[in-house]
Design a protein around this ligand. Structure first.
Ligand code: SAM
Ligand code: SF4
Length: 473
């Protein structure tokens, strides 16, 4: 599909409000047998239609809700095993001309200290993150005419250029910035970004218009078509999301699924990842934004489980907006990527007086360090933290990656590659306690290998890493 690169007005709105409402109405008070049938289909890892997903979300029977969670857990285990991809957000600029009612960076927040990282500031931040052991970053930007695609591309080059002691290097830079035109996305593609993320916030048009009050972001369609434009520019891995709390939960999940289906139809591949942030209190003046559709923990768990069943091969991302305990529960349910040790303002990682409310985007729920998060997920929950970026660097992206994922590739290649990056982390950055629990976990994982040739290859590579080699995949 060829999309207009500058105007969204001529493009269709593929989010059909009537269709979503009909699906939601038909799914009300679902018959228990229908729920069971849908779960049986979901367990085959073939995905679900938006209507079927609505049925799961509308179910109120407690036992069946448990069955939904169990199905999601078994799909997660079957496809992703116990591997968990880790990343950190890096805020580059909080200058913004838009006015999103819920966000601390909105133009009218006069109490916010505006900051944009200089190349030196980027170097300082990335050095701190590399020294913690991070290899994957998500760069985050407000929207401002001063900072165009070329400027954003330069910040990406600046990040990739920072290398520090040990194996310190950023191997994959993902981007969360305002939508660009096709040429702008080409500029980002040319500097080697991984995933381009853009959250629609709300798929319900009147709600979208109500909470986006100024700037380019007022244009719903410009945002809705952003991922198509990114794909047209050659960015295969795109990430979508909705901000939960603005409108009805089921409506937003169906919006995400219709969006994903449209992308797959038009571009040959659906989203690489889906994010589902819940609104957190933003800090600063006039920030008493109360989410009109506050999402309960139970509803949130159901969102994650329903998405895991509906789009089994799409990465699900969970951020530090949620608390440590709740994150542990959601991991089992289907989350495949988490951020850790996050700080949400430009310059925060290298700020000696960290924790200034006046510059943050929103409050964080899980403020543990990367090492603490790893100690907990590896030691208490048996997850293998992974910084693997092999697919992206070998060109296995977009459609190609999805095809491989469907053939069981994640368990066969991603898990051993993940173990190798975990070993690097333990050698270079881990605290003593984390190293101990990590080594035990790696030993258990190697022991479980039934394929002897693979076990031998993995063991040899682990020894090579211990001897000082890095970046093996
Ligand atoms: N400015 C760009 C944009 O809006 O697309 C990208 C960066 S913006 C900081 C990234 C995301 O943060 C938004 O898409 C929104 O979903 C999320 N966000 C904003 N305010 C939030 C809040 N108070 N709580 C949780 N998430 C929030
Ligand atoms: Fe600006 Fe993005 Fe925050 Fe909206 S969500 S105010 S566009 S930074």
């Amino acid at each position: 599909m060829k999309l207009d690169s500058t105007l969204s007005s001529g493009l269709e709105n593929f989010i059909d409000d009537n269709a979503i409402r009909t699906e939601m109405e038909k799914a009300e008070n679902p018959d228990p047998q229908l729920v069971r049938d849908i779960l049986a289909k979901g367990a085959e890892r073939v995905g679900l239609t938006p209507f079927e997903t609505a049925v799961l979300l509308k179910n109120t029977d407690k036992e069946l809700d448990e069955a939904i969670f169990e199905t999601a857990m078994s799909i997660k285990k079957g496809i992703y095993g116990n591997r968990l991809v880790l990343f950190a957000p890096l805020y580059i600029s909080n200058e913004c001309v838009n006015q999103c009612a819920y966000c601390g960076f909105k133009a009218t927040n006069d109490d916010l200290e505006r900051r944009t990282l200089t190349p030196e500031g980027i170097r300082d931040e990335v050095t701190v993150l590399e020294n913690q052991g991070h290899k994957r970053l998500l760069l985050v930007y407000g929207e401002h005419p001063k900072y165009d695609a070329e400027w954003i591309a330069q910040t990406v080059r600046d990040v990739y250029a920072v290398t520090s002691e040990k194996s310190g290097e950023i191997r994959r830079v993902n981007i969360n910035c305002a939508p660009l035109d096709v040429d702008g996305f080409k500029t980002l593609h040319d500097v080697g970004i991984g995933t381009y993320q853009c959250f629609q916030e709300s798929y319900h048009l009147p709600t979208y218009e109500k909470f986006h009050l100024a700037g380019r972001k007022t244009d719903y369609l410009w945002r809705l078509h952003a991922l198509h434009r990114a794909q047209e520019a050659g960015i295969d891995d795109v990430g979508m999301g909705a901000l939960f709390g603005l409108y009805d939960t089921t409506y937003e999940v169906l919006g995400l699924l219709h969006h994903a289906q449209q992308l797959e139809k038009d571009c040959g591949v659906g989203p690489h990842t889906i994010s589902f942030p819940r609104i957190e209190p933003a800090l600063g003046s006039e920030m008493s934004f109360k989410p009109p559709y506050a999402t309960s923990k139970h509803q949130f768990k159901k969102i994650v489980a329903a998405l895991r069943i509906a789009v089994p091969y799409t990465g699900l991302i969970l951020t530090t907006r949620e608390t440590a305990e709740f994150r542990a529960e959601l991991l089992q349910m289907g989350v495949s990527q988490i951020s850790a040790g996050s700080r949400t303002y430009p310059g925060a990682y290298s700020d000696p007086e960290y924790d200034r409310p006046g510059v943050q985007q929103f409050c964080i729920g899980d403020s543990r360090s990367l090492d603490e998060v790893i100690q907990s997920i590896a030691g208490e929950h048996d997850y293998v933290p992974s910084w693997c970026t092999a697919c992206y660097r070998l060109g296995r992206t977009g459609e190609h990656f999805m095809e491989l994922a469907k053939k069981g590739f994640i368990q066969k290649f991603c898990l051993p590659n993940g173990l190798l990056t975990f070993k690097e982390y333990l050698e270079d950055y881990a605290s003593e306690k984390t190293k101990q629990v990590g080594e035990e976990l790696i030993a258990r994982e190697v022991e479980e290998y039934v394929d002897l040739a693979q076990k031998k290859l993995l063991t040899e590579r682990l020894v090579r890493i211990e001897a000082g080699e890095r970046d093996l995949y």
